[in-house]
Design a protein around this ligand. Structure first.
Ligand SMILES: Nc1ncnc2c1ncn2[C@@H]1O[C@H](COP(=O)(O)OP(=O)(O)OP(=O)(O)O)[C@@H](O)[C@H]1O
Ligand SMILES: [Mg+2]
Length: 254
């Protein structure tokens, strides 16, 4: 008999930069966490709907931004092909989530998203949010609501700049700095800039030691439409996401 149920953790995979591997990470980390026995909800917060596409899931007809903000998310959650893993699909109307959330304001230490997600704690151990590439009101709500902000960083100067901007925003919002967990993404070791930047930041407390290499296997998810670990045979990419999730769990104390 389980007497104590661990609280649900909310992990937002976020970066203001586009195309850095957020969706690839969210989709694969959600799969790894569920495969490891946790009850996981992947929330596709990006109106592009890439995470929903990878899992071959479309939103129900009546779902939209207004229903999400009315606290009805639970009714629109869909099961995936994988045990322990559900998905809240994105809807095209999510592109205006910003405008809607702007009306609700952001309080110190509080966000409308916290209230929206709270009922899901009955059902899930982990909420993984795949976030759009913005630095907007929605980003602020996500940053405040998340227990951990998982940031893929391609080892380039501009990605480091984006990370600095995020830290600045977190300070402004009164967030703990230690909830930011960055990892190097789409790493190409033969590129000297990648190697130099990784060397420079290897001991930085914000960075996890796990990194995700640039691998054709991950790129091909657009064709296979399944997480890298779900195919037959051994997957190098899957082992990288597995190591990344283990490190996130360790840091989160879950
Ligand atoms: N480690 C990787 N190796 C090779 N290709 C990758 C890797 N990670 C992501 N990709 C590919 O790069 C592209 C962008 O990745 P992804 O969609 O995950 O980025 P994103 O940060 O979510 O983008 P957006 O900001 O548009 O939401 C996709 O085509 C994806 O398949
Ligand atoms: Mg994405």
């Amino acid at each position: 008999m389980q007497l104590y149920h661990k609280p649900m953790i909310i992990c937002a995979v976020y970066s203001s930069k586009g195309g850095v591997g957020k969706t690839a990470a969210a989709v694969n980390l959600a799969y790894v966490a569920a495969h490891g026995g946790q009850k996981v909800l992947l929330c596709d917060m990006d109106s592009q709907g890439s995470a929903s596409y990878y899992y071959r899931i479309k939103p129900k007809k009546r779902f939209n931004r207004a229903r999400l903000l009315a606290g009805e998310a639970e009714s629109y959650i869909r099961g995936t092909d994988y045990p322990g893993l559900d998905l809240l699909p994105a809807h095209f109307s999510f592109r205006k989530l910003d405008v809607a959330l702007n009306d609700r304001g952001i309080k110190t230490g509080g966000s409308a998203l916290v209230e929206l997600f709270a009922p899901l704690a009955r059902e899930y151990d982990v909420l993984l949010l795949d976030c759009p590439p913005n630095l907007t009101v929605l980003s602020e709500h996500i940053i405040v609501a998340a227990d951990f902000i998982i940031v893929p960083v391609v080892p380039t100067t501009l990605s480091i700049l984006a990370l600095d901007q995020l830290l600045k925003l977190m300070r402004k919002l009164g967030c703990r700095r230690d909830k930011l967990l960055a990892f190097f993404s789409m790493v190409e070791k033969r590129k000297s800039m990648h190697a130099d930047i990784m060397r420079k930041y290897s001991d930085h407390p914000i960075f996890l030691s796990s990194a995700i290499l640039y691998l054709a296997e991950i790129e091909k998810m657009g064709i296979t439409r399944r997480p890298v670990g779900a195919g037959t045979g051994r997957s190098l990419a899957a082992s990288y996401y597995q190591a990344l999730w283990q490190e996130i769990e360790l840091r989160s104390g879950s």
